[in-house]
Design a protein around this ligand. Structure first.
Ligand code: AHR
Length: 496
């Protein structure tokens, strides 16, 4: 086993990793919001709650962390009418909630005020997805006014009467969701024209609102930006979604599918770069010269065949729950994607892992009154030192290869607390010895590693610690610090 050398350039950061890049997504889909964030009524008295949210779940999320939270959809947003979710809970109507083919009776007990309370508790910035599909310009403007106005208008007074004297100050507003599909089946030009109407009026209500235009494929993105004409100033972020769907079965995957899923996660960076090129091109054509448009990857993650009825190998469990096993492989794919997010921190302005509890690539799962953390939870927690830090360039030399590239990859950042380096050993069978060079350590060096018996290892209600964080030895050697990573593992070393 020859050593892999990772050299960290602590002098010339790439840029700042916006905490928004570590965002999450809570949709009223399956058991995400109801039963996940808030207990099912059958659990009354069996699980502790704070303001109607499961204490076990929200305390775990608070420690993860969750700097940004998008709600209420997804496709759910396309049917959501915010007025249904305000006012005294007992007076709220049960409405028909719809997303991804599921229909639910939504008692609207999780509405705007409850969501804001949750964000406040988690330390998350709220990101609201507005309804452009079945709503109106006025409805979206009213929601914005209700949330943000400091004035004593009818809507401002109503918010105060409902218990929020101060404006919520919601900056981020999605003007629609997947409007190429569930959000109205628009063509890009028609949607762009609709967006202009919404965005113009929303800016009148609150000029500081950051507005998110719905993107999709490269082709759509070219067209939708062209459809904005000389009004690109109305766009703060362009939304793109990327689900990894080519990794074969959730747990019974082959080595090729293992490496394939990690490569698909890596490829998210290319999609970000392509999107950036399209944005630059559009801004250049418009010749505004004064604005940039950020990239909002506001849904990303693994979507296994067992949780979908579309795409390669679709083999959904029925009835559909959108739930899937979250393996160590998925956690490694998360770490792979985060390397790219850090490298592209100057153009990727926010990102939301889909979704936050129980559904799809969830870090937290519940079963009745019990809860457990998936390997992805641990990976996200290991990345905590990178949140808001300055991304540093790294170079990787030597070591083993896998069918899709170097076995060892890394990302690093610098903050007031020191330098943090997260290193992956993607190899399925071999350990990796890694020397970290270029760092002058302060008083302490601390390392943790995440791995499991095999890449398909999962945590479950009965074995919640099968994949857990462990301390990792760091040896001081000539020219740096040496760690030895087990196969299929990821480690973070903090130099304080
Ligand atoms: O996250 C599940 C669904 O995936 C969302 O509702 C939708 O936006 C996307 O298609």
């Amino acid at each position: 086993m020859s050593d892999t050398k990772i050299t960290i350039d602590t002098e010339y950061p790439i840029g700042r990793i916006n905490p928004r890049v570590y965002g999450h997504f809570a949709e009223h889909l399956g058991r995400c919001c109801y039963d996940g964030l808030r207990p099912d009524p059958s659990l009354e008295g069996k699980v502790a709650t704070k303001n109607g949210f499961r204490t076990d779940v929200i305390d775990a999320l608070r420690a993860m962390p969750v700097p940004l939270l998008r709600w209420p959809g997804g496709c759910y947003a396309d049917h959501y009418h915010w007025r249904d979710g305000i006012g005294p809970a007992e007076q709220r109507n049960v409405t028909l909630g719809m997303s991804c083919g599921l229909k639910v009776e939504d008692d609207n007990s999780l509405g705007t005020h409850e969501f804001m309370w949750l964000c406040n508790y988690l330390g998350a910035e709220p990101y609201l997805a507005g309804n452009l599909s079945s709503g109106t310009v006025q409805e979206m403007c009213d929601w914005l006014e209700y949330c943000n106005t400091p004035l004593n208008t009818r809507l401002g007074a109503e918010r105060r009467a409902n218990g929020a004297p101060e404006p919520f100050g919601v900056k981020l507003w999605g003007v629609g969701n997947e409007n190429w599909g569930c959000g109205g089946n628009f063509d890009p030009i028609t949607y762009a024209h609709e967006y202009r109407r919404y965005a113009t009026n929303m800016r009148h209500v609150d000029e500081s609102a950051e507005l998110v235009l719905c993107g999709h494929t490269n082709e759509w993105n070219v067209d939708v930006l062209a459809g904005m004409g000389n009004q690109l100033g109305l766009v703060d972020h362009l939304s793109i979604h990327r689900y990894w769907i080519h990794g074969g079965p959730e747990t019974a995957f082959s080595p090729d599918e293992y490496y394939g899923l990690l490569a698909e996660a890596d490829d998210t960076e290319n999609f970000i770069l392509q999107t950036d090129e399209i944005i630059r091109d559009a801004l250049g054509k418009q010749n505004s010269g004064k604005r940039t448009i950020g990239i909002a990857l506001d849904e990303w993650g693994v979507w296994h065949p067992e949780a979908r009825e579309w795409g390669p190998g679709a083999n959904s469990r029925l009835p559909q729950t959108y739930e899937q096993a979250g393996t160590l492989r998925d956690a490694l794919a998360t770490a792979a994607a985060l390397e790219g997010f850090h490298r592209q921190c100057n153009i990727l302005t926010l990102a939301n892992l889909a979704q936050i509890v129980n559904v799809l690539h969830a870090p937290v799962m519940t079963d009745g009154d019990r809860m457990w953390l998936t390997p992805t939870y641990h990976v996200l927690q290991m990345h905590k030192p990178h949140v808001g830090a300055k991304a540093l360039p790294v170079t990787v030399d030597g070591g083993e290869s896998t069918p899709t590239g170097s076995a060892v990859t890394a990302t690093a950042s610098r903050s007031g607390q020191g330098v943090a380096v997260t290193v992956m050993n993607r190899h399925l069978a071999q350990e990796a010895a890694v020397v970290l060079a270029g760092i002058v350590a302060g008083a302490h060096v601390k390392a943790t590693v995440l791995t499991g018996e095999n890449a398909a290892a999962v945590n479950s209600v009965d074995a919640p610690e099968a994949v857990a964080l462990h301390a990792l030895d760091v040896a001081t050697v000539a020219g740096g610090y040496r760690i030895v990573l087990p196969p299929h593992s990821v480690a973070t070393v903090i130099f304080g």
